[in-house]
Design a binder for this molecule. Structure first.
Ligand SMILES: [Fe+2]
Length: 495
């Protein structure tokens, strides 16, 4: 019942925002499209810049009554995991006589033009409008704008419009917002949320998407970080053995009402991990079906998400907080390489940038946000991250540095929520846990180790809050279930 009502309100939001923007719309164009069925996202915000992303679609909403995919089975998928390709990449999964856009969840793209208008909240007279940007099939009908010269610590309104061609009236419109980070000397309470691991078939709010997006939107966080595995290419319905199927999975996920409402209204950082780059535990040089690792990374870094010159960045959020967003796929050594000083996940350049920028920081609290764990504990059979024995050399180097600088670690990747503290050190790690209860698993719920301060094998998210009381700053890490109830709470004063 709840999901029916909220689906209505999510759709109402979408329709209302369209009505608000489309005062001059020509009815003919409005019926014809293109539409903004994927809303818009932002990324990489700092004090003075942000990147906005959108995509033009053939329909206003995803295809809700489409056909179901055929699951060819894990055995067939294994051949594609091993880089063996066939000509049956797509037909194996689609019933005979149907096209990809006939499938349930499809939100196909459409050619046309997009335009962005933005202004500080309440100052519409200061609005800046971009020119109309054409989109094309070569980039999956997406458009991006990098905005500069923004005001620090400011709320911005943003309006994205679509039209079929030059001279035509707008055919669709979405209104949303974002906010910039406050200056390095600004004393401000900041709250952000961290999530990981979502999959379309494993959503818990039916046609609306994932419950946590509705929950987190009501919390009005200053920003949101997705630590990766935003989708899973290597899971069925469908397995994404081609670029076309990869794009299909993004188009479907971002057409979900909860995701769409949240992402158009919250400041966001997206990171990628193995499943949304290519496949489980992947590294450069590998293939999955017809797609190379390099192309997979490009689809994420340059096409389906807001792009930055580098896929890592540090951002100061006022006097008391600085965050580091790191990249753990593009620069890594093969997991199979023998461990030693040359074996890496972060790569030399990123590591040096991290050491230098942390050493320079005078923020009260420093938080590393990593797709993967650095402390764990992780399962014995895993070979993909710094908490695993086969990456111990670089793991020890990073842990020693993080401990010396009294940084906190938050991470995704693992499908359970946890807090780990290594006794006798300043090392703390907060694993946010997967996006829904049905996505949880991989660790026995009763296997609570001495280093575990908290363990919960369920879905939810992490919130982090930096605030001052009587002038004394503190940082607070809270694990939530999918409805926002606090499951665990740790507070630290400034060290
Ligand atoms: Fe995952």
């Amino acid at each position: 019942m709840k999901s029916m009502i909220t689906l209505k309100s999510a759709l109402a939001w979408f329709v209302l925002s369209a009505v608000f923007c489309l005062t001059a719309a020509d009815a003919g164009d409005a019926r014809r499209g293109p539409f903004l069925g994927n809303g818009f996202h932002n990324g990489w915000v700092d004090q003075h810049s942000v990147v906005l992303w959108t995509r033009l679609t053939k329909t206003m909403e995803m295809n809700r009554n489409g056909k179901q995919f055929v699951d060819p089975g894990e055995k067939v998928n294994k051949q594609f995991m091993q880089g063996k390709t066939t000509t049956q990449l797509i037909p194996d999964q689609i019933p005979a006589g149907f096209r990809l856009e006939d499938m349930e969840g499809a939100c196909p793209g459409m050619e046309g033009e997009a335009r962005l208008t933005y202004y500080p909240k309440g100052e519409e007279k200061k609005k800046i409008q971009t020119g109309w940007t054409p989109v094309s099939a070569s980039k999956d009908f997406t458009a991006q704008w990098k905005l500069k010269n923004l005001r620090a610590g400011t709320d911005y309104e943003a309006v994205v419009e679509a039209r079929p061609n030059a001279g035509a009236q707008p055919s669709d419109c979405v209104k949303g917002r974002f906010n910039t980070a406050p200056a390095a000397d600004a004393v401000r309470d900041i709250r952000f949320v961290v999530v990981t691991c979502h999959e379309y078939p494993l959503r818990d709010a039916g046609a609306n998407g994932h419950e946590i997006y509705d929950t987190m939107l009501k919390m009005k966080p200053d920003f949101f970080v997705h630590t990766g595995d935003v989708e899973y290419y290597d899971k069925p319905h469908p397995y994404a053995w081609t670029e076309e199927l990869m794009r299909f999975k993004w188009n479907r996920l971002f057409a979900l009402p909860y995701q769409r409402s949240f992402l158009a209204n919250v400041t966001t950082y997206f990171m990628k991990d193995d499943h949304d780059t290519l496949k489980d535990d992947c590294w450069p040089g590998q293939t999955y079906g017809a797609v190379t690792f390099e192309r997979g990374a490009e689809i994420f870094d340059k096409e389906q998400f807001p792009s930055n010159d580098k896929p890592y960045k540090t951002i100061r959020w006022g006097k008391d907080l600085q965050i580091w967003i790191v990249e753990t796929r593009n620069y890594r050594s093969p997991n199979t390489m023998p461990d030693g000083p040359e074996k890496t996940i972060w790569g030399k350049e990123q590591k040096q940038w991290f050491f230098d920028s942390v050493a320079r920081s005078d923020a009260t609290f420093k938080v590393l946000i990593s797709p993967n764990p650095l402390l764990g504990p992780d399962r014995k059979n895993k070979r993909d991250n710094h908490a695993n024995d086969n990456f111990r050399f670089e793991g020890d180097e990073l842990r020693a540095f993080i401990n010396r600088h009294k940084m906190f670690i938050t991470n995704g990747d693992r499908h359970w929520q946890y807090v780990t503290h290594r006794p006798g050190t300043d090392l703390w790690e907060f694993g946010c846990g997967p996006g829904s209860d049905v996505h949880a698993g991989g660790w026995p719920p009763d296997d609570k180790r001495p280093e575990h301060r908290f363990l919960r094998v369920k879905g939810g998210f992490l919130s982090v809050e930096v605030s001052r009381r009587a002038g004394a700053p503190s940082i607070r890490f809270r694990h939530h279930d999918v409805f926002g109830t606090v499951m665990h709470d740790e507070v630290f004063p400034a060290k």
